[in-house]
Design a protein around this ligand. Sequence first.
Ligand code: NAP
Length: 516
Amino acid sequence: MSVIPFKNEPLTDFSVPANKAAYEAALEKVRGDFGKHWELLIAGERVASEKKIESYDPADPNTVVGSVGKANKEQALKAIDTAHEFFQNEWRFFDGHARARILLRSAAMLRARKHEFSATMTYEESKNWVEADADTAEAIDFLEFYAREMMRLDREQEVVPYPGDENNLYYVPLGVAVVIPPWNFPLAIMAGMTTAALVTGNTVVLKPASTAPIIAAKFIDLLLEAGMPAKAITFCPGSGGEVGDTLVDHPKTRLIAFTGSKEIGLRIHERAAKVNEGQLWIKRTILEMGGKDGMVVDETADLDYAADMAVAGAYGFQGQKCSACSRLIAVDAIYDELVDKVVERTKKLKIDHPSKNPNMGAVIDAASHGKILEYIEKAKNDGNEVMCGGKAIEGGYFVEPTVVKNVKDTDTIAQEEIFGPVLACIRATDFEDALRIFNGTEFGLTGGLISNVRERLERARREFHVGNLYLNRKITGALVGVQPFGGFNMSGTDSKAGGQDYLGLFMQGKSVTEKF
Ligand code: NAP
């Protein structure tokens, strides 16, 4: 391979005045684009729709960031049919290295405009500068990483030679990939799933999350500018409830790459298993879902450090990460002291409009805002003690960062994914009990242990049943290539995005033998 080895995109240091000024300029540019509308993109053409989806600033819900067309059922059906046609006739024969080069070009263009993309997320998803910058860096990483991965896979694979024959094994694409991302990493996850499918030779029908369509629309524009054939990528926003089933059920849909909640992931899993009329294959699903991630702290830990890690994991992006620390499991000997330290730090977090780069912005929408506050009420009814936060703040969908004490491991807020800034603190009698509590949910995404006991760290490696385990650090912030990402149990199919196994999920192996 004649490109330099992959390395992660560095994060921006906003204490450097020039970087700060560049981000402020990007915020202004994005504000200047407010109200812009993007049509659907089907069969390489921009297509008008009867309805549109307006995207709002969660920290200032009267502000419309932009709008996109909203596909109806007929348009969703056409999206799959035309993507299938282009796949059959052209895209699957397109050179794999050439597809990879489009990703490298897209990465270079995204790097050049990184603050503009990040600033879009500051308004559309209420990400502060640091969180938005990390999202964009991760998107660049996916483009760079998957381009190199495709270059590695785009050749004959090794097989055992056999006398009198030539034997080859190739990886070939599957067909139409329906890509359904969540809103919480609206650039990184959306771009990662979309470009993994494209670079491996599948055509994509992208249905972005309805609360994050603008950043997706901008990314599609960038892909087209970088030379992606317009017919390879269909932009098909629409309500999950209205067009989601149509896209999943279509007999020409070959695979579905989904990241989102357990409920929708399981629905897709079930529907994709049904063979519909005219369907020639078993649909493949890649499903990455929710979490109830825990961090265990034992009596040998440095409690100041542990509290810093808990707070960073619990409240980054308002706790709306699938990897967020939502359960702090501390052994009895240090439980009260640790919770006090967590409360002290949490009270210092600043909440504001994310364009001002506070610690926290707003949660995504009114529904989410209401649901989080309901969970806090439920915690009180269960007899849990709210130590700080717990209330809404006027002006946008803001929720105070909330620490809840004396939570039993079976309580609702210790079991269900809240997806907001609420940390449930659970008391364990000892390390053994903490291990039991840690594994005692239906999820298995991320988790960690802070301890100075070697034997416990080794046991955590073996017995903490999660796809991404972090020892003696925070439990969020997986890096592409470094910590391939995906969860166990009801957290998903463990596809390990950003790892060497990922692109294989978008292809199938074809063995060819010629006898001489
Ligand atoms: P969600 O409500 O499940 O939505 C995810 C996507 O599914 C959206 O694009 C949504 O469209 C679409 N959808 C809704 N109903 C559908 C249907 N019947 N058929 C097909 N698609 C449908 O999840 P979310 O609120 O966007 O994201 C938060 C969840 O994602 C959390 O549970 C979080 O843990 C999880 N997550 C997991 C990972 C991971 O790697 N494991 C990473 C990030 C997030 P609409 O927006 O139009 O409803």
